[in-house]
Design a protein around this ligand. Structure first.
Ligand code: FE2
Length: 292
């Protein structure tokens, strides 16, 4: 298939002229995979995809992660999650309304977090709705040596319950969210993740923590760990050159590599200005650290 890959920065590649609704030829998949290793944010423009077609596209990269929020899964493909602020006539939400409202790497609260996220912009709001990305490889590379030494080989503790994390707040837009997270506190075990994550394919190191999911450091008292996390989080956001803002066009299919990025939904729109996205996530392996 004749498509063009435009490398927009060290992190972002734009793909034009590829029809993601059709199965890709092996050489096309190989070309996209090679691009994705160097450019972990890839935007395929002008995609007209049904949920089933998006699911089929994403499965070419690996099996999809099951979703635990079944009320917001698409009936056409249960592995597609609806992220939206739209409402039914009775006022109920059609999708997750507060998805990604703090910096995170997707599902790092699971022992085997998803590796790739695919997000399809079905409908964008008239204003707002940007997604912010942060290149955690660049963050790691720039980290001062004394901080690299303190975190190398250490694990952090990640948890899904926002109610356990003073660095985030529970959205007031989502009905029953506090009760949901209180329940998750009881039912969900925290997981440990390496603070420095070695990329399973490129071997490149990235900082693998986030304000959303990282709540402590394994084997370190909070008196020492919380100031260290604060210092790392401050450092992450200290250089705008490590960030990329994606301004969505209708039909964009953006896929990103959670092994080496943080991202966040920018918000800035209000119902009845509707944002409607479909998300499918490709499973990943247990993250690890290997000294360079
Ligand atoms: Fe996310």
């Amino acid at each position: 298939m004749g498509f063009v890959v435009n490398k927009l920065s060290n992190t972002v590649a734009e793909v034009v002229g590829l029809d993601g609704s059709k199965p890709m030829a092996p050489e096309d998949i190989a070309r996209l995979k090679a691009t994705f290793l160097s450019h972990p944010i890839m935007c395929l423009r002008d995609q007209k995809l049904t949920p089933a077609q998006q699911g089929a596209f994403a499965r070419q990269w690996g099996p999809l992660e099951g979703q635990d929020r079944s009320a917001f899964c698409h009936p056409e493909d249960k592995d597609i999650l609806i992220l939206s602020n739209d409402r039914r006539p009775d006022g109920s939400q059609v999708g997750i309304v507060d998805a990604g409202d703090f910096w995170h790497s997707d599902s790092s609260h699971l022992a085997e977090p998803c590796r790739i996220t695919t997000l399809h912009a079905v409908r964008n709001p008239a204003r707002g709705g940007d997604t912010y990305f942060l290149d955690m490889r660049a963050v790691y590379d720039a980290l001062p040596e004394h901080l690299k030494k303190r975190v190398a080989g250490r694990d952090a503790i990640h948890h899904v319950a926002k109610t356990l994390n003073p660095r985030v707040a529970v959205s007031t837009e989502r009905a029953g969210a506090v009760e949901y997270y209180k329940q998750r506190e009881k039912e969900t075990k925290p997981v440990t993740q390496p603070i420095v994550r070695t990329h399973p394919e490129t071997g490149r190191q990235a900082l693998y923590i986030s304000p959303r999911f990282t709540i402590a450091i394994d084997g370190m008292d909070d008196a020492e760990a919380q100031p260290l996390l604060d210092e790392l989080f401050r450092f992450m956001f200290s250089n705008p050159a490590w960030q990329y803002t994606h301004k969505w066009r209708d039909g964009d299919l953006v896929m990103w590599d959670n092994a080496c990025l943080n991202h966040m939904a920018g918000g800035g729109y209000e119902y009845p200005d509707v944002r409607w996205m479909h998300r499918a996530t490709v499973v990943g392996d247990r993250p690890y650290y290997r000294a360079a």
